[in-house]
Write a protein that binds this ligand. Structure first.
Ligand code: UDP
Ligand code: MG
Length: 309
């Protein structure tokens, strides 16, 4: 018998736990026919509702259910890491609790593993039901990322992924504190089969990602997997040096031939504002990377576990 571990990060998902379990277990006969045992690892990311209680109720009836409960909200990336560390499976899958990652795709994904792929990833090809502005910026982010980073980060990719033990171990060998999972998946490589599906809207409850949170997350992604912004800062600096050089020559030549006294302080003020703005912007970019290094150096744990069943 082989073991399949399913990791389910949950943050205030009280209404979805039961539905998720039922939906997931619809595959039970398929698992049996493949000689697969399953374990379900719910990672409670510091929920303030009845998520923990609901998982415990399920766990009493079904001993294949495990719970890791955090001391506070550490974010989905931390929950995924905790689940991966806990998973013992020969195969491991990560799934959202809100059923936006349809469990019905699992048999197809398992087929691809049987074909010899190391990992089966999913991406949604539509963004139906999502605010237009959110989709627009998401698309911009992915196209920017494609140009800036050598690591492959696929548009619409979900964290819904089935992986062999080898891939899980590779991910666990990455010790970083700032964990941008989408980038980590791409970075470790391996033979990956992509499955496409239409976006499914969240079953119940609200999304935990506000626009602001997503913006911070995208900056996190860029600074974790690309150093291109640092190069951009250097480039802008050089460009302005050249501009300044040209301006100096222009001013000198004009003063020499036409004896024009320097006039027009408004333009000067504009230039000072522009250049100091650009300087602060570039320092900000450097600061982002410095902050990242600062967080890594402190070596704090990525999450704290309060309770485990
Ligand atoms: N989640 C989490 N910690 C968080 C935010 C979200 O564990 O801080 C979980 C959440 O419970 C869900 C999954 O991550 O299972 C995806 O979250 P959500 O559905 O809110 O994101 P969306 O699908 O809208 O991108
Ligand atoms: Mg969701």
């Amino acid at each position: 018998m082989k073991l399949l571990s399913a990791i389910v990060p949950c943050y205030n998902e009280q209404e979805n736990i039961r539905d998720f379990y039922d939906e997931f277990m619809k595959n039970e006969s398929d698992f049996k026919s493949r000689d697969l045992e399953v374990e379900l690892i719910f990672v409670d990311d510091g929920s303030t509702d009845l998520t923990v209680k609901n998982v415990k109720e399920l766990a009493e009836k079904d001993n294949r259910i495990h719970l890791i409960s955090f001391s506070r909200n550490f974010g989905k990336e931390a929950a995924i890491l905790a689940g991966l560390r806990r998973s013992k499976g020969d195969l491991t899958v990560i799934m959202d609790a809100d059923l936006q990652d349809p469990p019905a795709l699992l048999p197809q994904m398992l087929d691809h593993i049987d074909e010899g792929y190391d990992s089966v990833a999913t991406r949604r090809v539509t963004r139906k039901g999502e605010p237009l502005i959110r989709s627009f910026f998401a698309r911009r982010f992915y196209s920017l990322m494609r140009r800036m980073s050598k690591t492959e980060i696929v548009d619409g990719a979900r964290d819904y992924r089935l992986m062999t033990r080898q891939v899980v171990d590779a991910i666990l060998s990455m010790p970083e504190y700032c964990r941008f999972t989408k980038g980590i998946f791409g970075w470790v490589g391996f033979n990956t089969k992509w499955i496409e599906f239409e976006n499914v809207e969240r079953r119940k409850g609200e999304t935990k990602w506000s626009f602001g949170k997503l913006l911070v997350y995208s900056i996190e992604g860029i600074t974790s997997f690309s150093t291109a912004p640092l190069g951009l800062a250097a480039f802008i600096g050089l460009l302005f040096c050249l501009l300044a050089f040209a301006a100096i020559i222009f001013v000198f030549v004009r003063a020499f031939f036409f004896g024009d006294p320097t006039s027009g302080w408004p333009s000067l003020v504009c230039i000072i504002l522009l250049v100091s703005g650009i300087q602060l912007f570039c320092i900000g970019i450097v600061g982002e990377y410095l902050a990242k290094a600062y967080l890594e150096v402190k070596q704090r744990p990525v999450y704290l576990v309060k309770e485990e069943i």
